[in-house]
Ligand binder design. Structure first.
Ligand code: R5P
Length: 295
Protein backbone atom coordinates (compact mmCIF):
# COMPACT_ATOMS: atom_id res chain seq x y z
CA UNK A 1 0.00 0.00 0.00
CA UNK A 2 1.22 3.51 -0.84
CA UNK A 3 2.33 5.85 1.91
CA UNK A 4 -0.06 8.70 2.56
CA UNK A 5 1.05 12.27 2.92
CA UNK A 6 -0.74 14.89 5.02
CA UNK A 7 -0.01 18.62 4.76
CA UNK A 8 -0.26 20.48 8.03
CA UNK A 9 -1.78 23.97 7.52
CA UNK A 10 0.33 26.17 5.25
CA UNK A 11 2.29 23.25 3.76
CA UNK A 12 -0.15 22.34 1.00
CA UNK A 13 1.97 23.54 -1.92
CA UNK A 14 5.17 21.85 -0.78
CA UNK A 15 3.16 18.67 -0.07
CA UNK A 16 1.71 18.72 -3.60
CA UNK A 17 5.27 18.77 -4.98
CA UNK A 18 6.13 15.76 -2.81
CA UNK A 19 3.04 13.82 -3.92
CA UNK A 20 4.02 14.46 -7.55
CA UNK A 21 7.60 13.28 -7.00
CA UNK A 22 7.10 10.35 -4.60
CA UNK A 23 3.88 8.75 -5.81
CA UNK A 24 2.58 8.81 -2.21
CA UNK A 25 -1.17 9.28 -1.81
CA UNK A 26 -2.46 12.64 -0.73
CA UNK A 27 -4.36 12.46 2.56
CA UNK A 28 -6.82 14.87 4.11
CA UNK A 29 -6.50 16.24 7.60
CA UNK A 30 -8.93 18.80 8.98
CA UNK A 31 -7.54 21.45 11.27
CA UNK A 32 -9.09 24.39 13.01
CA UNK A 33 -8.62 26.46 16.11
CA UNK A 34 -11.23 26.72 18.83
CA UNK A 35 -12.09 30.29 19.87
CA UNK A 36 -9.71 29.98 22.82
CA UNK A 37 -6.80 29.10 20.52
CA UNK A 38 -6.68 25.35 21.15
CA UNK A 39 -6.23 23.09 18.11
CA UNK A 40 -8.77 20.67 16.63
CA UNK A 41 -7.51 17.92 14.32
CA UNK A 42 -9.21 15.11 12.42
CA UNK A 43 -7.78 12.61 9.94
CA UNK A 44 -10.28 12.37 7.07
CA UNK A 45 -8.16 9.76 5.27
CA UNK A 46 -7.74 6.39 6.98
CA UNK A 47 -4.26 5.82 8.39
CA UNK A 48 -4.63 2.34 9.87
CA UNK A 49 -1.80 0.07 8.79
CA UNK A 50 -0.32 2.77 6.55
CA UNK A 51 2.96 4.56 6.54
CA UNK A 52 2.13 8.23 6.88
CA UNK A 53 4.10 11.40 6.23
CA UNK A 54 3.25 14.66 7.97
CA UNK A 55 4.53 17.75 6.15
CA UNK A 56 5.13 20.68 8.45
CA UNK A 57 7.83 23.24 8.06
CA UNK A 58 8.73 24.46 11.51
CA UNK A 59 9.29 28.18 11.36
CA UNK A 60 7.14 29.79 14.10
CA UNK A 61 7.69 26.50 15.94
CA UNK A 62 5.92 27.36 19.17
CA UNK A 63 2.67 27.68 17.25
CA UNK A 64 3.22 24.74 14.88
CA UNK A 65 4.75 22.05 17.06
CA UNK A 66 1.78 21.27 19.27
CA UNK A 67 -0.61 20.58 16.34
CA UNK A 68 2.13 18.44 14.77
CA UNK A 69 2.52 16.40 17.97
CA UNK A 70 -1.25 15.98 18.24
CA UNK A 71 -1.38 14.73 14.63
CA UNK A 72 1.50 12.29 15.18
CA UNK A 73 -0.04 10.95 18.39
CA UNK A 74 -3.50 10.61 16.82
CA UNK A 75 -2.03 8.79 13.80
CA UNK A 76 -0.32 6.28 16.07
CA UNK A 77 -3.52 5.77 18.11
CA UNK A 78 -5.44 5.24 14.85
CA UNK A 79 -3.04 2.46 13.88
CA UNK A 80 -0.59 4.11 11.45
CA UNK A 81 2.29 1.73 10.77
CA UNK A 82 4.91 4.50 10.74
CA UNK A 83 4.74 8.26 11.21
CA UNK A 84 7.39 10.33 9.46
CA UNK A 85 7.86 14.08 9.34
CA UNK A 86 9.00 16.23 6.45
CA UNK A 87 10.10 19.49 8.04
CA UNK A 88 11.79 21.46 5.24
CA UNK A 89 12.85 23.91 7.94
CA UNK A 90 13.63 22.41 11.32
CA UNK A 91 13.45 24.79 14.25
CA UNK A 92 15.37 25.08 17.49
CA UNK A 93 18.77 24.19 16.11
CA UNK A 94 20.65 27.28 17.23
CA UNK A 95 20.62 27.18 21.05
CA UNK A 96 22.85 24.11 21.17
CA UNK A 97 24.85 25.07 24.21
CA UNK A 98 24.39 26.60 27.65
CA UNK A 99 26.07 29.96 26.95
CA UNK A 100 24.95 31.42 30.30
CA UNK A 101 24.34 29.49 33.52
CA UNK A 102 20.74 28.32 33.80
CA UNK A 103 19.88 28.49 30.09
CA UNK A 104 17.77 25.79 28.42
CA UNK A 105 19.56 23.91 25.63
CA UNK A 106 16.50 24.03 23.42
CA UNK A 107 17.96 22.17 20.44
CA UNK A 108 18.37 19.13 22.67
CA UNK A 109 14.96 19.42 24.34
CA UNK A 110 13.18 19.93 21.01
CA UNK A 111 14.98 16.92 19.51
CA UNK A 112 13.85 14.75 22.44
CA UNK A 113 10.22 15.80 22.00
CA UNK A 114 10.15 15.13 18.24
CA UNK A 115 12.11 11.88 18.59
CA UNK A 116 9.44 10.51 20.93
CA UNK A 117 6.52 11.41 18.67
CA UNK A 118 7.87 10.36 15.26
CA UNK A 119 9.63 7.48 13.50
CA UNK A 120 11.79 9.51 11.12
CA UNK A 121 12.41 13.04 9.90
CA UNK A 122 13.56 14.52 6.59
CA UNK A 123 14.79 18.10 6.65
CA UNK A 124 16.92 20.56 4.68
CA UNK A 125 20.21 22.03 5.90
CA UNK A 126 19.56 22.08 9.64
CA UNK A 127 21.73 24.63 11.39
CA UNK A 128 24.32 22.22 12.78
CA UNK A 129 26.90 24.46 14.34
CA UNK A 130 28.61 22.87 17.31
CA UNK A 131 27.12 19.41 16.58
CA UNK A 132 28.66 17.08 14.02
CA UNK A 133 25.43 15.27 13.15
CA UNK A 134 21.73 15.13 13.91
CA UNK A 135 22.26 11.74 15.58
CA UNK A 136 23.92 13.58 18.47
CA UNK A 137 20.57 15.04 19.48
CA UNK A 138 17.88 13.06 17.61
CA UNK A 139 17.32 9.41 18.58
CA UNK A 140 15.32 8.63 15.40
CA UNK A 141 16.72 8.61 11.83
CA UNK A 142 17.01 12.13 10.38
CA UNK A 143 17.80 12.43 6.67
CA UNK A 144 19.35 15.75 5.74
CA UNK A 145 18.96 17.24 2.25
CA UNK A 146 21.28 19.92 0.96
CA UNK A 147 20.22 23.02 -0.91
CA UNK A 148 23.72 23.99 -2.09
CA UNK A 149 23.54 22.30 -5.54
CA UNK A 150 20.26 24.09 -6.30
CA UNK A 151 21.67 27.42 -5.10
CA UNK A 152 24.70 26.89 -7.32
CA UNK A 153 22.48 26.08 -10.32
CA UNK A 154 20.47 29.23 -9.66
CA UNK A 155 23.61 31.38 -9.59
CA UNK A 156 25.00 29.72 -12.73
CA UNK A 157 21.78 30.39 -14.62
CA UNK A 158 21.08 33.89 -13.33
CA UNK A 159 24.36 35.61 -12.29
CA UNK A 160 27.33 34.20 -14.24
CA UNK A 161 29.46 37.18 -13.13
CA UNK A 162 28.80 36.54 -9.40
CA UNK A 163 31.11 36.85 -6.44
CA UNK A 164 29.68 34.47 -3.83
CA UNK A 165 29.97 35.89 -0.31
CA UNK A 166 29.55 33.74 2.82
CA UNK A 167 28.74 35.70 5.96
CA UNK A 168 31.13 34.09 8.42
CA UNK A 169 34.07 31.72 8.82
CA UNK A 170 31.71 28.76 9.43
CA UNK A 171 30.20 29.24 5.98
CA UNK A 172 33.59 28.83 4.23
CA UNK A 173 33.17 25.24 3.01
CA UNK A 174 29.55 25.73 2.10
CA UNK A 175 30.11 29.00 0.19
CA UNK A 176 33.17 27.49 -1.50
CA UNK A 177 31.16 24.47 -2.69
CA UNK A 178 28.38 26.65 -4.09
CA UNK A 179 30.86 28.95 -5.83
CA UNK A 180 32.85 26.09 -7.27
CA UNK A 181 29.73 24.39 -8.71
CA UNK A 182 28.58 27.73 -10.12
CA UNK A 183 32.08 28.28 -11.49
CA UNK A 184 32.48 31.69 -9.83
CA UNK A 185 34.82 32.98 -7.09
CA UNK A 186 33.91 33.31 -3.43
CA UNK A 187 35.01 35.09 -0.26
CA UNK A 188 33.86 34.83 3.35
CA UNK A 189 33.33 37.66 5.79
CA UNK A 190 34.10 37.80 9.45
CA UNK A 191 31.00 38.15 11.61
CA UNK A 192 30.69 39.01 15.28
CA UNK A 193 27.21 38.69 16.75
CA UNK A 194 26.66 41.38 19.35
CA UNK A 195 22.99 40.62 20.02
CA UNK A 196 19.84 39.12 18.44
CA UNK A 197 19.53 42.13 16.15
CA UNK A 198 23.08 43.39 16.08
CA UNK A 199 26.00 41.99 14.09
CA UNK A 200 29.35 43.41 13.10
CA UNK A 201 30.77 42.37 9.74
CA UNK A 202 34.38 42.77 8.66
CA UNK A 203 35.30 42.50 4.98
CA UNK A 204 38.57 41.30 3.47
CA UNK A 205 39.95 43.51 0.68
CA UNK A 206 37.61 43.33 -2.30
CA UNK A 207 39.66 45.31 -4.83
CA UNK A 208 40.38 42.34 -7.07
CA UNK A 209 36.66 41.58 -7.32
CA UNK A 210 35.55 44.96 -8.69
CA UNK A 211 33.06 44.49 -11.52
CA UNK A 212 31.59 41.31 -9.99
CA UNK A 213 27.99 41.07 -8.79
CA UNK A 214 27.98 40.27 -5.06
CA UNK A 215 25.74 37.34 -4.13
CA UNK A 216 25.35 36.94 -0.37
CA UNK A 217 24.54 33.34 0.54
CA UNK A 218 23.37 32.13 3.94
CA UNK A 219 21.56 29.13 5.34
CA UNK A 220 19.13 31.27 7.36
CA UNK A 221 17.85 34.81 6.92
CA UNK A 222 16.25 35.50 10.28
CA UNK A 223 16.45 39.07 11.59
CA UNK A 224 18.21 39.88 8.31
CA UNK A 225 20.83 41.85 10.23
CA UNK A 226 23.73 39.75 8.88
CA UNK A 227 22.81 40.43 5.27
CA UNK A 228 21.78 44.01 5.99
CA UNK A 229 25.21 44.86 7.46
CA UNK A 230 26.95 43.21 4.50
CA UNK A 231 24.76 45.01 1.92
CA UNK A 232 25.43 48.38 3.52
CA UNK A 233 29.18 47.90 3.43
CA UNK A 234 29.16 46.63 -0.13
CA UNK A 235 27.20 49.72 -1.18
CA UNK A 236 29.66 51.97 0.69
CA UNK A 237 32.46 50.24 -1.18
CA UNK A 238 30.67 51.10 -4.45
CA UNK A 239 29.85 47.54 -5.46
CA UNK A 240 26.75 46.76 -7.50
CA UNK A 241 23.56 46.17 -5.46
CA UNK A 242 23.98 42.66 -4.02
CA UNK A 243 21.67 39.70 -4.37
CA UNK A 244 20.66 37.85 -1.23
CA UNK A 245 20.26 34.09 -1.49
CA UNK A 246 18.96 32.22 1.55
CA UNK A 247 18.02 28.59 2.08
CA UNK A 248 15.55 29.29 4.88
CA UNK A 249 13.86 32.68 4.58
CA UNK A 250 12.46 33.23 8.06
CA UNK A 251 12.31 37.01 7.55
CA UNK A 252 11.52 37.79 11.18
CA UNK A 253 9.77 41.10 11.86
CA UNK A 254 10.66 43.59 9.09
CA UNK A 255 13.74 41.69 7.86
CA UNK A 256 12.68 41.55 4.21
CA UNK A 257 11.93 45.29 4.02
CA UNK A 258 15.21 46.12 5.79
CA UNK A 259 17.17 44.24 3.12
CA UNK A 260 15.38 46.11 0.34
CA UNK A 261 15.95 49.47 2.06
CA UNK A 262 19.64 48.61 2.61
CA UNK A 263 20.01 48.19 -1.16
CA UNK A 264 19.53 44.51 -2.05
CA UNK A 265 18.98 44.10 -5.78
CA UNK A 266 16.95 40.94 -5.24
CA UNK A 267 16.19 38.50 -2.43
CA UNK A 268 15.69 34.84 -3.32
CA UNK A 269 14.88 32.00 -0.94
CA UNK A 270 14.10 28.32 -1.37
CA UNK A 271 10.58 27.07 -0.67
CA UNK A 272 11.42 25.42 2.67
CA UNK A 273 9.35 28.27 4.15
CA UNK A 274 6.58 29.68 2.00
CA UNK A 275 7.34 33.34 1.15
CA UNK A 276 6.99 35.60 -1.88
CA UNK A 277 10.80 35.51 -2.27
CA UNK A 278 10.73 31.74 -2.99
CA UNK A 279 12.59 31.18 -6.25
CA UNK A 280 14.20 27.76 -5.76
CA UNK A 281 12.08 24.63 -5.45
CA UNK A 282 13.48 21.88 -3.23
CA UNK A 283 10.51 19.51 -3.28
CA UNK A 284 12.22 17.02 -5.61
CA UNK A 285 15.39 17.05 -3.45
CA UNK A 286 13.27 16.33 -0.38
CA UNK A 287 11.26 13.67 -2.24
CA UNK A 288 14.47 11.75 -2.98
CA UNK A 289 15.36 11.74 0.72
CA UNK A 290 11.93 10.38 1.65
CA UNK A 291 12.14 7.35 -0.69
CA UNK A 292 14.24 5.11 1.61
CA UNK A 293 11.67 5.53 4.40
CA UNK A 294 8.86 4.33 2.13
CA UNK A 295 10.40 0.95 1.25
C1 R5P B 1 24.39 31.96 11.59
O1 R5P B 1 25.34 31.31 11.95
C2 R5P B 1 23.62 31.69 10.36
O2 R5P B 1 24.39 31.09 9.36
C3 R5P B 1 23.02 32.97 9.82
O3 R5P B 1 24.06 33.83 9.41
C4 R5P B 1 22.17 33.67 10.83
O4 R5P B 1 21.25 32.79 11.39
C5 R5P B 1 21.47 34.85 10.19
O5 R5P B 1 20.73 35.48 11.17
P1 R5P B 1 20.20 36.96 11.02
O6 R5P B 1 19.42 37.03 9.76
O7 R5P B 1 19.34 37.14 12.24
O8 R5P B 1 21.38 37.88 11.02
Amino acid sequence: MNAVLFAMPGNEEFARGLVRSTGADSGLIAFRRFPDGESYLRFDTAVEGRSIILVSTLNAPDEKTLPLLFAAQAARELGAARVGLVAPYLAYMRQDKRFQPGEAITSQSYAKILSTALDWIVTVDPHLHRRASMAEIYSIPVAVCHAAPKLADWIKENIPNALVIGPDAESEQWAAAIASSANVPHIVLSKTRLGDRNVKIDFPSLERWRGKIPVLVDDIISSGRTMEAAIKQLRELDFAPPLCLGVHGLFAEDAYERLIVAGAARIVSTNTISHHSNGIDLSNVVAEAIEPFLR
